[in-house]
Design a protein around this ligand. Sequence first.
Ligand SMILES: [Zn+2]
Length: 502
Amino acid sequence: MKKLGFLAFLFFFLLAFPGQGQAASGATHIKLDGREIKLTKDSQVQEISGSVLVPLRVIVEELGYNVNWDSKTKKISIEQGGNTLDLTLNKKTAHVNGAKIIMPAAPLLKGNITYVPLRFVSEQTGLKVLWDNKLKTAFLTSPDSESGSDTGSNSGTTAGNVSGNSTPVPAPGGSSDTGTSSGSAGNGASGTTGGQSQLASINGISFSDNRLIVAIDGTTITKVSKLTGPDRIVVDLTNTKFSDSFLSGQPLNSAGQGLLPVTGFPDVKQVRYSLFSSNPSTVRLVLDLNYSKGYQLLNAGDGLVIVDLNQDSSGPATSPGGNGKKLVVIDAGHGGQKDPGAISITGKYEKTFTLAVVLKVQELLKKEPDIDFVLTRSDDTYPTLSDRVKIANDLNADLFVSVHGNSAVATATGSETYYTRPDSIELANVMHKYLVEATGLPDRKVRQKSLQVTRETKMPAVLLEVGYLSNKNDEALMYDDAFQERVAEGIVAGIKEYLGLQ
Ligand SMILES: [Zn+2]
């Protein structure tokens, strides 16, 4: 079981939680790196209030760790290979090698079985955890490299995230835009009108650099209207639907609408989207504006529909980067309910860290006259890894930078920069120099690894593991505003040096 041992044990221990009520009839499963772990009838995986729970005893039997249970103090101490984990029944505080960790719920004892919520552990240990509700199976994947890098390089799993509370899509403000659309109609782009057989599908919706960007497979017909009272721009995409992967990452609410909050761009309040009509299948996007604003529609049939508020339709149409400026794509790792990323030593999400840094990068890039930029996400949503790659490739970007936080054993600390293809080495070296300088953390070097976003993009591409969320010191810094700002400045400085824009 390689080095996985103790981590796996921690994981299993913490995975558990008392269940009132067994999981519904039917067997549940745990697969560790593809290998099924036997569960007895009364030690099934349980789902309670959205959390996935696994009994400790099974795991103890499976892995054979040294466990001390003090029934007086209700303390559970687990040791393996010099690592210790201390838990107390009914208390949310645990210690891993002396470092305090707060769990979302306290361990509980039921019969002889100790249970702890999964979410806390999931990536505390470096294990990837996915719960497939259909198969009633918890899939555990051990880290695939010594670095403990958490960046999955595949997006093919159908397993959903196990973490508990769901964040409902906020209800859209304002009335639905079913009214008559007066005002200037946008230019319809090319596209055949034949039947519904070949619907285009939307893979991603994002708003960055004052542009609405819709990533689409297939050909769509666009109609844009500018409406008043309140001011808004309505974009209808005919012959178009939402892709399944989009809907699983950015689900619509019960009214069939989704919402993309917009911050940092004074023209726009928010973006709403819905399936406006099923015959013909039409997706409607509404940009709720703070005041009347011109726009430029771009639908060149290249996989992106762009509504650009930086210029109105009287000006020449330019796509991002098509104006002599360099175009960079900045990717905040993970996102949405589907993929919170690693969970930090104090229970914070990696996705929150990555977004915070990227939004700071955005603010800095806005001031750069020679750089255009696109964010793969600007809020808590989950574009798939393929979507992120597609955005960069469709835009023919000059470079791609993905921001992540690492997770492994508690002692691991420092900054790493990953690349995959040889044409990215120079970018990796430049970015790493600025990253290490900005973080002040140990230099864990530039490393080559096959990661989807650095492998399948067609331009120089790097993935920054800024620091270790599993390390007390790194983690405290990583959620510090001033530290994030320094990292953002380092990223922009690296981009500028690489592009020769200093
Ligand atoms: Zn990550």
